[in-house]
Each structure stands twice: as structure tokens, then as C-alpha cells.
Design a protein around this ligand. Structure first.
Ligand code: 5AD
Length: 421
């Protein structure tokens, strides 16, 4: 599942190979590749050789991963910046310190990204996990003001059949190598608990995969049934931790307190929680975002922050979009705070930020990617925001998805570690 960095073998003695990756030399166990010889390029993950690759392939991957941080002279960094960064190694950052970091520009902003990148690499090596998302229904009973599939929008609606959902998921796992899938929909009561349970059971029967549900709020009892049926995670954003803003943008009886309580209960009951906020909502302040970041430490194993993108047919269609750079700073701050958290580059950021943003986000502390696996005929209809679709990223899929039992075990251990922290 996880992409690792390439390295070149310099020497082999028995089952131990000395390898050189792009920034260090180390010894790893090479017994999984008996045919490997000095000068070969390999991919390796946590000290285990995975496969031999060509040098062209290796350079392509190195290019994707290579650190490109400018060297910032210390004289360009303020004392306050240095104090906060140092403090982040020893204690939790406070709200005013997070706000300071959110407001960084210029050299200090670049230095923050470099810092986060080093922390990611130190704590998580170069694992970059690829998650797949299947958007199975765009029906929604809610009227969230920002959302392009809210119940008042005039979008064409679709629902995948349970069999289509199962087939898409099983195909992604068994044929492409995905190990973690998100099943997402609007809040759509058509999919009763029983239907969802059945879908989960059938997917788990046919494929070894971690399933995240992203289907909105349901009672805890429903989620407990889903867990029994095979769901491991829940992706549910709290959207903003500012009560007034939350109320301004959410109707249909939604309450921030209920949302946060549900997330807490789900976590207590062993769910892996992915949550976060929508960045750039009209009226949102840096202080609000600092609060959002502080919530993550309490609630989440995975942080999902994305920029707001104005959506046609909504009351916010003319509003200003979120700032992709602000998301990069949030990713970096999250990395300082939660050293081993899973932080994905979300698709809304890729939509707004253009072709370089994925790499920038990975170099600012992110360690997971979200690929869209919704069948082509439905994709264009899932318009939470005006979406730009990416060609399937074959290079990433090719190297990021190991189709082996071992890669599932590696991910499983990692999720277990993250859950038990
Ligand atoms: N722009 C960006 N993200 C949005 N979402 C909903 N509407 C928008 C929008 N206009 C996000 C919400 C929700 C997730 C599924 O999609 O944060 O939790």
C-alpha cells in the first residue's frame, strides 16, 4: 500500500544489504530479493526490501519525493518563530502560538514547511499511503450552505447499487492493490443500516481492506453495527469548531456539540477517526482555525482539512475560495502537533492548488493521498464543489500500491499504532 523511497544497493553480505537512498546510507534485510545485486535499485519499506526497480523508475520516484526546501538563513527567522518551533518538540502548542504560525509568510513560512517535512520523515519515514474514495450516492437530506449536493441543489442525483459499490471496492483492492477505501455519500437514508451492513460484509468477504465510512451522522448504535459488519474508520468533518459559524452554515437540526460528541463516542468505541474543518468559510478567522487544529489532537487519528470552494447553486456561490497556502500551513502545523498522524492531501486542495500542490503538501508534512475511484459515469455528478478530475495517477498507483499480504500487514500495524496513541 505504502510508497517507500528508492535506494541503490552498494554492497551485499549474506542477507544484509548496504543501501543508499537520496539522503542516507543504511543496512536492510535483503532476503526477500535473492536475485538482487550491488548497483540494483530497489524500493524498501521499514528496513525490508520490497522489489527491484529500474533506475529510470527510481529517479522518477525520487523526483516526486525529493526535498526541495530552500535553505533559510537563521538570521531570517524571528525569535518568536524559533521559540515556538523549539517548544513544539517538548510540549503542546498553545492557541496563540498556532495563530502565529498560521500567519507566517516568506522565509518563515518556507522554514515551517521544511520543519514539518523533517518531522514527517523522522517519524514516518517515507511512507505515503494511497487511499481510494468511492462516492456512492449524491442524495443528501441536509442543507449545508457551502455544499453543492445539499438537498436544495438541482443536481442530477444518483445512487450506485449495493452490487456496484461492492464490485468497485473489491476491484480496487484485488486488482489495483488499494488497502484503505472510503465509502462516501450525502446523508442518504435510502441506504438503511441494513443495506450498509450488507455492503460492508460482502466487501470484507471478498477483499482484505480497511473501510472508512463517510456517510454523515447516524446514531452511535448504527455505527456500532457497521463496525461489526467490517467498518474500521469514520471520516466525518466537524467543519468548524466555531459554534456560531457552524450554526450559520448548517440547518436540518445539526449541532456542533452533537457532531463532536458523536466523534468522541466513535473514537471511544475503537473507530479510527478522520476529521477536520473546511478552511476559508466566509467569516472564519485564524483564531477559529487554531481552535480547529487543537480539536484534532483530542479527536482524530487522521486530519482532514480542505479549502472551501464556492459551489454553483448554493448561497455561497459568489464567496471567495479558501487559500491553498493556508492549507499547507495547517498541514505543517498539524505535523508539528501530531507527529505520526495521518494527514492526507485532500482532493479539494488538489482541485484548487493546481499540479504542484500535491508535492508541496507532501513536502509540508502530509503523508497520504486520496484517489477518486468513483465509476466514471457517476463522477461528474458528485459535485460537492466544482471538481476537477485527475487522470488516474498511474505512477503513484503503480508504486504506491503493493499487491501483497505484507503491505496490508504493514498498514494494519500502522493504523493500530495510531489508534492506540
Ligand atoms: N468546498 C470544499 N469542500 C466542501 N465540502 C462540502 N462542500 C464543500 C465545498 N463547497 C466538504 C465538507 C464535507 C466534505 C465531504 O466535503 O467539508 O465534510
Amino acid at each position: 500500500m505504502c510508497l517507500t523511497i528508492p535506494a541503490q544497493i552498494t554492497e551485499i553480505t549474506g542477507s544484509i544489504a548496504t543501501i543508499r537512498d537520496y539522503n542516507s546510507t543504511k543496512k536492510i534485510n535483503i532476503s526477500s530479493l535473492p536475485q538482487a545485486k550491488p548497483q540494483d535499485w530497489i524500493l524498501y519499506a521499514t528496513d525490508v526490501a520490497i522489489k527491484i526497480i529500474s533506475s529510470e523508475e527510481a529517479f522518477e520516484i525520487i523526483d516526486l519525493l525529493e526535498t526541495q526546501h530552500p535553505i533559510i538563513p537563521e538570521s531570517e527567522l524571528s525569535n518568536q518563530y524559533k521559540e515556538i518551533i523549539t517548544a513544539s518538540h517538548f510540549r503542546k502548542l498553545e492557541k496563540n502560538e498556532i495563530e502565529f504560525l498560521l500567519n507566517l509568510t516568506g522565509s518563515e513560512e518556507q522554514a515551517l514547511y521544511a520543519e514539518a517535512d523533517v518531522i514527517r520523515k523522522t517519524n514516518l519515514k517515507d511512507f505515503i499511503c494511497i487511499h481510494g474514495i468511492i462516492e456512492f450516492s449524491n442524495y443528501c437530506q441536509n442543507d449545508c450552505a457551502y455544499c453543492g449536493i445539499n438537498k436544495n441543489c438541482t443536481e442530477t442525483r444518483y445512487r450506485m447499487t449495493p452490487q456496484e459499490i461492492i464490485n468497485s471496492a473489491v476491484n480496487a483492492v484485488n486488482n489495483k492493490g488499494y488497502k484503505l477505501l472510503v465509502l462516501q455519500s450525502g446523508e442518504d437514508p435510502y441506504f438503511t443500516d441494513e443495506i450498509i451492513e450488507n455492503i460492508l460484509v460482502e466487501i470484507k468477504k471478498a477483499a482484505q481492506v480497511f473501510i472508512f465510512l463517510s456517510i454523515g451522522e447516524r446514531p452511535l448504535e448504527s455505527y456500532l453495527k457497521f463496525k461489526k459488519a467490517g467498518a474500521s474508520g469514520v471520516l466525518l468533518r466537524f467543519e468548524t469548531s466555531n459554534q456560531d459559524l457552524f450554526n450559520q452554515f448548517h440547518g436540518n437540526g445539526k449541532s456542533l456539540t452533537n457532531r463532536l460528541n458523536l466523534l468522541k463516542e466513535l473514537k471511544q468505541n475503537g473507530y479510527f477517526i478522520a476529521t477536520g474543518s473546511l478552511v476559508g468559510l466566509p467569516g472564519q478567522t485564524m483564531a477559529d482555525l487554531a481552535d480547529d487544529i487543537l480539536q484534532i489532537d483530542k479527536l482524530a487519528n487522521m486530519a482532514s482539512f480542505g479549502p472551501f470552494i464556492p459551489s454553483a447553486n448554493t448561497s455561497l456561490s459568489e464567496a471567495t475560495p479558501g487559500d491553498p497556502n493556508l492549507i499547507l500551513k495547517i498541514i505543517a502545523i498539524l505535523r508539528l502537533i501530531s507527529r505520526s498522524a495521518r494527514i492526507p492531501v485532500v482532493t479539494a486542495l488538489e482541485t484548487l492548488g493546481g499540479s504542484t500542490i500535491r508535492k508541496q503538501a507532501l513536502l509540508a508534512g502530509a503523508n497520504a493521498l486520496m484517489f477518486n475511484l468513483t465509476p466514471a459515469k457517476y463522477r461528474q455528478l458528485y459535485k460537492i464543489y466544482p471538481n476537477k478530475y485527475f487522470e488516474e495517477d498511474t505512477l503513484w498507483e503503480k508504486y504506491g500500491l503493493y499487491k501483497s499480504e505484507k503491505s496490508y500487514e504493514m498498514l494494519s500495524e500502522r493504523l493500530e499504532e495510531e489508534l492506540n496513541k
